[in-house]
Design a protein. Structure first.
Length: 464
């Protein structure tokens, strides 16, 4: 990592991104759990710049609402080009000297390591400008890097390039390091004499060359890092690249990913060694999975903590805690506020919400448990419903330790079932059940002999 601290990082986030065809600003489209702008800021923050400036324009209020930490918005009232955007950002720190890094907000694959290497190279050569470039198979749409004797002379935008220039495969990435003083001077000299009628930041390279200043370039080791996003197809492509990068890192850290192509993991997800992820697994948000846990197949976890040795199959879990050696699924929906204790079970076709389920307690199948606290070593019979809503307010149900709730029960909150209490199958429990008691809340069975022959004769028969 470089010892020098950039005076500023300027992130260009003012464009409209019309090709995204979306009401969401382009830079706020998400991949792997962060916006594109969020990915860029995360990398930029590792440089620890004195100033972190985000140039905003289109949908500025939406973009500014996402800024955190030291990131400060600079408003570009009219989008008059990248050179203009950088100039107004520098105007907010008029006396600052040192290295200025410029990064577009739609480069979500850019890594901190590459930014550090760019700054190191810039300062090593005492350059006025250092470009980050990439060699790509298809340079269509990119500005071409024109060299003379290996030295960079200029960047020519695709729309302004002649036939010979279009054959160049080294492209500019819109990622630069500049010397602040030389940058200010060049920005004052920019014109709009080009196909777009804008002030191009790329023209700074030619101005610095004409002034006899040092212009260098560093070629990115991985061209994918420098790719930008103009439409949803490119966003999807970059999401796949980022997915592969994230999965490969977890594989190297000892996670078993059985089908990398169908496994999606957000950047902030934490996985311990010896976790197993089966096919069609998605892990989102702040999810953490501890050693020995098995997730999948066909499972989605969002903002969920999974403890050691737990297993979750064919289920969706959101904002929950799954205890050590507990099991969930298949086909269960575990909603926010659920805490499943160690060795507990949420079985097939079960839905839970805001439910604390104790150690060794089981909700095996076909049940709904909402706004409830269930103690340790209890069992909730099949088809049980916690009736938690009276049409105006939610109420809470409590079931004690070592309790047994019979199949096809309705627990009508607010109600308490005591320790070691039982409820009979088919009961609607509306009153508290004392410790150790059996609650039977159903009408006594009555058999009517001969009813079928009288009321439902077989086909072709006369009623009795």
């Amino acid at each position: 990592m470089p010892s020098a601290r950039p005076v500023a990082v300027i992130v260009l986030a003012a464009g409209e991104g019309t090709r995204m065809r979306s009401s969401t600003p382009k830079v706020l489209h998400r991949l792997a759990g962060r916006t594109m702008l969020g990915h860029v800021l995360h990398a930029a923050e590792t440089l620890d710049p004195e100033h972190l400036l985000v140039v905003v324009g289109h949908a500025r209020d939406q973009v500014m609402a996402t800024l955190t930490g030291k990131a400060k918005a600079v408003v570009q009232e009219t989008q008059d080009g990248t050179g203009h955007a950088v100039r107004i950002a520098l105007d907010t720190i008029p006396d600052a000297e040192g290295t200025v890094v410029v990064v577009p907000a739609d480069s979500p694959l850019l890594t901190a390591e590459t930014l550090h290497k760019l700054v190191e190279s810039h300062e090593l050569h005492s350059a006025a400008t250092t470009l980050l470039t990439a060699v790509v198979d298809d340079p269509t749409g990119y500005g071409r890097v024109v060299r003379s004797g290996g030295s960079v002379t200029k960047i020519v935008e695709h729309k302004d390039a002649d036939a010979a220039t279009l054959q160049i495969h080294e492209v500019g990435t819109s990622i630069y390091a500049f010397a602040a003083g030389h940058l200010r001077t060049a920005l004052q000299q920019l014109t709009t004499d080009n196909a777009q009628g804008e002030q191009y930041l790329t023209d700074v390279i030619g101005l610095h060359k004409d002034a006899g200043l040092t212009v260098t370039a560093t070629i990115a080791e991985d061209a994918d890092e420098t790719r930008g996003v103009n439409d949803r197809a490119q966003l999807a492509d970059l999401a796949r690249v980022l997915r592969d990068r994230i999965v490969q890192q977890h594989l190297r850290n000892g996670v078993a990913v059985l089908d990398p192509q169908t496994t999606w993991i957000d950047v902030d997800v934490q996985l311990s060694a010896d976790v197993t992820l089966k096919p069609n697994t998605q892990l989102y948000g702040s999810t953490t999975v501890a050693t020995g846990a098995v997730v999948g197949p066909d499972t989605t976890l969002t903002d969920t903590q999974v403890h050691e040795g737990a297993e979750i199959r064919r289920s969706e879990v959101i904002g929950a805690v799954i205890g050590a050696e507990a099991s969930v699924g298949p086909f269960s929906y575990v909603r926010p506020g659920t805490v499943l204790g160690a060795r507990g079970k949420i079985g097939g076709f079960v839905e839970t919400k805001n439910a604390q389920i104790g150690d060794d307690t089981k909700v095996p199948h076909l049940s709904y448990v909402g706004d409830a606290t269930i103690g340790d070593r209890s069992n909730i019979g099949a088809g049980t419903i916690v009736v938690n809503y009276d049409g105006q307010a939610k109420h809470r149900t409590t079931v004690g330790d070592d309790a047994r709730v019979g199949s096809n029960n309705s627990l009508v909150a607010p109600v308490q079932v005591g320790d070691r209490a039982y409820t009979a199958a088919g009961s609607a429990i509306t009153e508290d059940v004392p410790d150790g008691a059996l609650a039977v809340a159903r009408e006594r069975q009555r058999n009517i002999e001969g009813w079928t022959a009288e009321r439902r004769p077989a086909k072709g028969e006369e009623p009795a």
